[in-house]
Design a protein around this ligand. Sequence first.
Ligand code: ADP
Length: 404
Amino acid sequence: MDTILVVNAGSSSVKFQIFSIEGDGTLQRRIKGQVDGIGSRPRLRASDRTGVPVADRAYPIEAVADVPAAMLVAGTWLRDELNINPIAVGHRVVHGGPDHANPVLIDHGVVERLARYVSLAPLHQPHNLAPVRTILANFPDLPQVACFDTAFHRDHDALADHYAIPRQLHAEGIRRYGFHGLSYEYIARRLRQVAPKVASGRVVVAHLGSGASMCAIRDGRSVESTMGFTALDGLAMGTRAGQLDPGVVLYLLAEKGMAVSTVQDFLYRDCGMKGLSGISNDMRELQESSDPRAAFAIDYFVYRIGLSTGMLAAALQGLDGFVFTAGIGENSAVIRGRVADRLSWLGTTLDAGLNASNAGKISASDSRIPVYVIPTDEELMIAQHTLALVVKPKTPAQARERMS
Ligand code: ADP
C-alpha cells in the first residue's frame, strides 16, 4: 500500500497523519498521531481511521529532547511497528515568503531559502523546517513537499499586499501575507461541492480556532485576509490580541522597558481571550464561566468578527455566503449564533435547530446570506498537494478528482 506522511511540527509537538493512495487515486486517512511534550513529558499517541487508539507511550525526557528526535520517534514507530514506508512526506510550513504561491518539492536549496523566512515567523518556521532537515539527512531519496499557510493569499491585489510604508520595505518582504491558507484553500474546494453557486461568488470564511482569522474569497480565490505580516494581526485569538495600534508596542518597549523578546512572548502568549478574561484562552471554558470578564472576552471576540466581516465584505464589494470553520467555528453554536446576530444587518438569519446540531448549512430558509459550517482539513490538503507533486495522475478523471 502506497502512503503519504503529513507532518505538522510545532515547538512542543509533531503532529502526523498517514494517508493511503487508493487504486482510483483518492486518499484515505489511515493514522492520526502526535508526539507531544517534547523536552518535558514526551508522549507518542496515535489512533486509526476509526479513532481507536493504536499507540500511547511515554518516553524519557532525554529520548525526545527536540523536534528532530520527535520526528525520528514517529518515523521509527510507523516503519518498525506498522510497516509503513511512505512514498513521500508533505509538511506544513507556515511561511513561503513572497515567492511561493504554490507547494514546492524540497531540496537543500529550498530548505535554505525557506530558512530565510525564520525571522518572519520565528515561533513556527524553525520548527516546521526541523523535521524536513531530519528526513533529508536520513532519507535523502524520499520526496518531501512544503505546503505554505501563506500560499493561498499570494495573488492578492497589490493594494491588499502593501502597508503604507516606503516601497523598499515591501521589497524586503514586509507585506500583508495572510495565514491559515491551507484551511481556506480546503474550504474553498469543499464549498464548490457543497454550494457551487455560492462558491463562485463572494464569500467570507471565519477560521475560528486558538489562532483565528478571516478570509475574503471571490470565486475560490483569496482577495483579502485579516492577518498580515505575521499571524498576530486581525481577530482577537486565544492568546493573541489581534489588531493592535503599533503605538502600543512602542509604549511597551519605551515606557515599560520591556525587552523585545518579552514583548514577543507577551503578544503571542498573554493577550487575546486569556489577557482580556484573566481566566482562560479556551473558548469552552469561557462559555462555561459565569465570570463577567469571560462574558466580556466573548463579546469582544464576536464584536471583532463583526468589524472584520464589514471590512472583508467591502473588499469583496458584497457578500454571497459566510462559512464557519475550525475548533470554535465548527463546534460552538453559541458563538455562531452571536456572530450571525451581529451580521443580521448584512442579511444572516440562522435556523436555531440547524445551528444547534452543527449542520452543514445553518441559515434559515429566508436568510438573504446562506451560512455554512464546514469542518476544515488542512492535512488532507497537504496530502493532496504532495500527491499532485510526486505522483502524476494516470487519467484526466484522476486529475480532476484530485483538484476537487
Ligand atoms: P488550533 O488548531 O488553532 O489549536 P482548534 O481549531 O482546535 O485550534 O480550536 C481550539 C478552540 O476551539 C479552543 O478555544 C476550544 O475551546 C474551541 N472549541 C472546541 N470545541 C468547542 C465547543 N464545543 N464550544 C466552544 N468552543 C470549542
